[in-house]
Design a protein around this ligand. Structure first.
Ligand code: ZN
Length: 657
């Protein structure tokens, strides 16, 4: 455990609250202590209120802030005396507690205080740090966890039995602190939950955390439970894309909504999936309330998928609370699937959720294996997991999040995504909640965006094996394919038929028609399994109905593509796949239209660039964004009963109208 305190850095944080900010960030930097908004910290400060009266305040981490990047604004100031009094109540429901926390803040625009605020308040120390340290949890989540904690820490920490986070835990801690806290104590261990440290200064509290967690790590090391031995993962096992797609289909059906399934092929994940004890370890509950993840182990992917619904249905029957929360059916589907050949698959409503599950489970594996090496991993009892999942605060969070964006859990592939209309489509689909796979021959597509919902693949669409690989990559990343935007195309230089070479003709046909056919063929079995029905949008051209001289290859290729789409609409209707075409014209904010080209073209018509750009019936400029928005909408409910349609997006063209 490394102490990251740096005198020079710390000097840049002046004052009690700023010092709190600094050491909170230090904790946040270590993912074995906290991750994804886990853990919380506080400082008690006396301030003058508007009446000039002195008031003791608890500045506690607000929800929605990550310790690693927290700022002063991320701490909510709550009246300390009120919190201490609340801890004396016999009971307080979770919504009531949240109400008290919010109404006792002295800054209306501060974030909602952490649900562990009362716990922080009852600890009589200026600074309090709380983490869910992997090492501490590995020790406490064993059969004799409490005994081991005593062995490690002696009388330097207060030991708190497991109680679900919330008011009951705060009340119990208040009671234990009052009765058992001694001068020797520098922290508090919460079994199956985590650890607190406290001190008079930010540095003292932080360094005690490092010291306490360090002891747990040393203990694991000295008991040969630190470097856990894992079986060799299998070599290069071929991944069967369709097995993953079918698994996603089964999971999504169980959840009642489309899900993202992300396959982790790293050594550790694959080794764990082959661990001789994996069945027993993974089928137990989570390490802490923050690690609530259901696991499902399948011997080989593709089998027994339909079984998910009935197996997980039992969770619905065991508790009557559930009738209220049927909407959260997602929680009935497993979040982690372990397969000896593939490794670990993590499941989420969004790509971000699946990535969080991956991170959390990655740490859970360490905790489980170390605890197992110590003499047996013991998770939370099932009833407690259940309570955590459905407790009122979680429900409040769900209610607050409202209706998810239209394409949440769905995956779209967009060709020619590095620039122009394709690039704009990436944004339009992301805004609508989709996970986006961008394809382009330009490798810039790989670094277009750095976020879990986007995945870029360099791919020559005219090469069928590259397309196949890109689809496999997409499936490994997100689990399937629901929507396809066929946008990649070339627009060759003007050339009259008499001078047109076959090579040029075929090159245009190859990119604009053949490549689309390939991707449609390869994508069809995936699109067939889309929960909401597969959708394809073809980016056509005005030239289909109003060709221009000198554009024989381009116009013929787009016309051929247009017929291809129409036939697909006829053939794929029975598979619930809709395919519609957009015909843009004169979209100038694309790569081919440089300022120079625009200028020359405008001049040749005797127009200014502005006039040239808006040379249509409505006298409006058509942008990539306009086309992309329509493409995205065409996959949505508005077009749910439309297939084989062609829609112009060109500001109105006299020859088309
Ligand atoms: Zn906690």
């Amino acid at each position: 455990m490394q102490n990251l305190w740096n005198e020079f850095e710390a000097a840049g944080f002046q004052g009690d609250l700023q010092q709190r900010v600094y050491t909170s960030r230090l904790l946040g930097r270590d993912k074995t202590l906290v991750m994804h908004g886990g853990g919380n910290t506080s400082v008690k400060i006396t301030e003058q209120n508007i009446l000039g009266e002195a008031e003791d305040l608890l500045y506690v981490k607000g929800s929605g802030w990550d310790l690693e990047f927290i700022e002063a604004a991320g701490f909510a100031p709550v009246r300390l005396a009120h919190l201490v009094k609340l801890a004396k109540l016999k009971e307080l429901s979770d919504p009531e507690m949240v109400n008290e926390l919010k109404t006792q803040m002295t800054n209306a625009s501060a974030p909602t205080p952490s649900v562990e605020a009362i716990l922080h308040a009852v600890l009589p120390f200026k600074y309090v740090d709380h983490t869910h340290s992997d090492a501490v949890i590995a020790v406490t989540n064993t059969a004799s966890g409490e005994q081991r904690v005593r062995e490690i820490y002696g009388d330097t920490v207060l030991i708190v039995p497991y109680v679900m986070p919330g008011f009951d835990l705060a009340r119990m801690c208040a009671d234990l602190v009052e009765r058992y806290l001694t001068d020797k104590m520098i922290g508090m261990v919460l079994l199956n939950h985590g650890i607190f440290s406290f001190g008079a200064t930010a540095r003292e509290s932080y360094e005690r955390m490092i010291e306490l967690v360090g002891h747990a790590e040393d203990y694991l090391r000295s008991h040969q439970a630190w470097d856990v031995v894992m079986p060799e993962p299998p070599g290069d096992v071929p991944v069967h894309m369709h097995d993953i797609v079918r698994l996603r289909d089964g999971l999504s059906k169980a959840a009642g909504a489309p899900l993202i399934v992300s396959t982790q092929r790293d050594t550790k994940s694959r080794a764990f999936a082959r661990h001789p004890d994996v069945a027993r370890l993974s089928q137990q509950g989570p390490a802490t309330p923050d690690h609530v993840i259901r696991t499902k182990r399948v011997p080989m992917l593709g089998l027994d998928v339909a079984g998910y619904s009935s197996e997980y249905k039992k969770y619905f029957d065991v508790n009557d609370k559930l009738s209220r929360v049927k909407k959260t059916m997602l929680d009935a589907a497993p979040r982690v699937v372990l397969d000896p050949a593939l490794g670990m698959l993590t499941v989420g409503r969004t790509a971000k959720d699946a990535a969080i599950v991956r991170d959390i489970y990655d740490h859970t594996i360490d905790v489980m294996l170390r605890a197992a090496a110590l003499g047996g991993y013991r998770a939370l009892p099932e009833k407690d997991i259940f309570d955590v999942e459905y407790w009122d605060l979680e429900q409040a969070k769900l209610r607050k999040s409202g209706k998810p964006p239209v394409y949440t859990g769905e995956i779209v592939m967009i060709t020619g995504a590095a620039s122009g209309i394709g690039r704009a489509c990436v944004d339009s689909f992301l805004v609508r909640g989709a996970a986006v796979v961008g394809l382009d021959i330009n490798n810039k597509v790989e670094t277009l965006l750095d976020r879990p919902e986007y995945y870029g693949v360099t791919c020559d669409v005219t090469d069928e094996s590259s397309l196949q690989r890109a689809l496999e990559q997409a499936v490994l990343h997100f689990g399937g394919l629901d929507m396809l935007v066929l946008n990649a195309g070339v627009f060759p230089e003007s050339c009259n038929i008499a001078d047109l070479h076959y090579e040029d003709w075929w090159r245009v046909m190859n990119v604009n028609v053949d490549a689309s056919l390939s991707l449609m063929r390869l994508g069809h079995p995936l699109l067939k399994l889309a929960q909401h029905g597969g959708r394809v949008v073809v980016i056509g051209s005005k030239n289909v109905s109003a060709p221009g001289p000198g554009a024989a290859a381009y116009s013929a290729s787009k016309a051929a593509l247009n017929q291809l789409a129409r036939v697909a609409a006829l053939e794929w209707g029975k598979d619930r796949i809709r395919i519609n075409t957009l015909h843009p014209n004169a979209v100038f904010d694309t790569a081919i239209w440089t300022a120079e080209v625009l200028e020359t073209r405008a001049q040749s018509y005797g127009l200014t660039v502005e006039q040239y750009k808006a040379k249509n019936v409505l006298k409006v400029e058509v942008t990539s964004h306009d086309v992309a928005e329509l493409a995205a909408e065409m996959c949505g409910p508005l077009f749910a009963k439309t297939t084989g349609a062609q829609l112009p997006v060109d500001g109105g063209n006299e020859r088309v109208i």
